[in-house]
Design a protein around this ligand. Sequence first.
Ligand code: SF4
Length: 703
Amino acid sequence: EGDSADFDSETKSICPFCGVGCQVSIKVKDGKVRNVDGINGPSNEGRLCVKGRFGFDYIHHGHRLTKPLIRREDAPEKGLNVDPGNPLTHFREASWDEALAKAAEGLVDLRSYYGGKTVAGFGSAKCTNEEAYLFQKLIRQGFQHNNVDHCTRLCHASSVAALMENVGSGAVTASFNEIENADVAIVIGANPTENHPVAATFFKQFAKRGGDLIIMDPRGQALGRHARSMLQFRPGSDVAMLNAIMNVIVEEKLYDRQYVEGFTEGFFEFREHIRAFTPERMAEQCGIAPDILRDVARRFAGAQRGMIFWGMGISQHVHGTDNSRCLISLALLCGHVGRPGTGLHPLRGQNNVQGASDAGLIPQVMPDYQSVTDPEVRELFRHIWKGTQINAAPGLTVVEIIDAMYRGEIKGLYVLGENPAMSDPDVEHARASLAKLDHLVVQDIFLTETAMFADVVLPAAAFPEKRGTVTNTNRQVQMGRRAVQAPGEAREDWRIIVDLARRIGLDWDYDGPRGVFDEMKMSMRSLHHITWKRLEAEDSVTYPCSGPDDPGQSVVFGDGFPRRAGRAKFTPARVTPPAELPDENFPMVLTTGRQLEHWHTGSMTRRASVLDAVEPEANCSLHPDTLRRIGVVPGGMIRLTTRRGTLTVMARADRAVAEDMVFLPFAYVEAAANILTNPALDPFGKIPEFKYAAVRVEKAEDT
Ligand code: SF4
């Protein structure tokens, strides 16, 4: 702490962690971040959580990559066998020239010998919009296919699939701040207090002023204390519960008939479908009594203005798209879309997962979700990209690419800021796939678990060390600014991508993110009226934006949807069980997620001194009665085993966890949750079922 005179500089930028996109003021002294404060951004109004306030010192950690690295010829076999603080046991330092040449040569050789399809790319939701755009362009233009994806596949791909199908747009219909105008709000499969903490403060204020907050989650959570109802339903029974609620709304004729007739299609088929899902029939399956289901249905349908928020508890299932379809149908039935205080809001995870998706870091679509199968879209990009033919076949998704690597069909991979050696389901399989690659180029700020498998490692600037725009969960495009210089020879990602593109033969001529942003505007209607100059002056503009003075629309679709005849669609959802169910050998349910202090695979937050001091050790949570049953005291070690693997981890007692469940955070490499998780995919969103695996829980022998 201190006043401005104590610092050398003060820079406005964006928090690099979650999709809330809090605006921050970063104060720097002697080249180091000394203090971070919240400023009055549209999503945070001056607020920050512990990660934004105390989590920035990861950028000064001694493990930062400061020079390009090339794998040594005499390095041991590829694996998680490198000390990230001492990579020179396996790598040697190289000049940028040599490293870029080596990185490009390996990719070009594969393209020449086996075809461009044998090279894939994983981009990042942690980089800027401009970097995401350049990355997908490099893969599409340089290798003539669409095998490029990023972590949206692991978080909200199923939500986006359902929104695109039924609403015609993959983004939220209203900002989360609209909750201040709502009368009722459902938060389902999300734990905002831990994962979107600043959004959670707005939810608490809503409840405090008398708003009807309804939480639905198989695991209890802190926000439940502020809610009028907390429905702790059985894991995996989302569709049964939501269909029962909609059955009540339809059978009791509580739906908004005028809205349904004026703005939707498919209602009559939907009405027939939903008849079978009475609360009495669904109660046992979802574990919620019929009178509670009826009460919630009446309150949500009876309110003037209602919102629905959801997270990965909805999306990370083999029925994730069906879960989201139900939420969309529920909002449409009640006419809770398109007005202030109404809307559908999947809470996006990473700081730029919305922007990276918008920028086309998705194998089926070009920037702005324009399908690669549409000849007019391909023609548009052929024109903008100076004659490049766009491949008409949708590419492979993250998990499909990992499987293709394992089979030897994909032989080269360019990874920008992602960490599949930690983040993919059945991660031992993902690691084996990385080890099989002929050529792996990893661009990151630390020697991540994925970088340990690399042939070439390119050191990148961290978010507070670079310039560029990011788009948060509210569709707010915001300006990120450089507060400090990158260490050593680390470079901004856009520059590295451009240098690599040139070396694989692309005729690229960019001199900074501004020129990239201008090119993006040529194909992205979402950026109409949003200019670099405006973002520099105003810091944030919401899309869609109707004019140069419009701050953008917080609520959309009041006068129809971007679908045929302007109508949204009801898509009936059937009950599909989880891909594996508990049995004699694996009698409990494992679910995974984040903790307040730690972010995703932990590469940043476990190197942030305050955050790591608060949560230093891998842990899992079980109900106290479950711990008693297996003879383990809180703090003791337990062994978790699924069909894919085993790990040992410290146990915590937590009454919020049901007696037949285990909750395991996924940020800890020493007990990597994804050793255990199931890679089974939702057929539409191709998202793995991280939220449900059958597990055996035992006392670890040595405790
Ligand atoms: Fe950063 Fe999200 Fe916390 Fe805001 S809520 S400070 S964006 S981690």
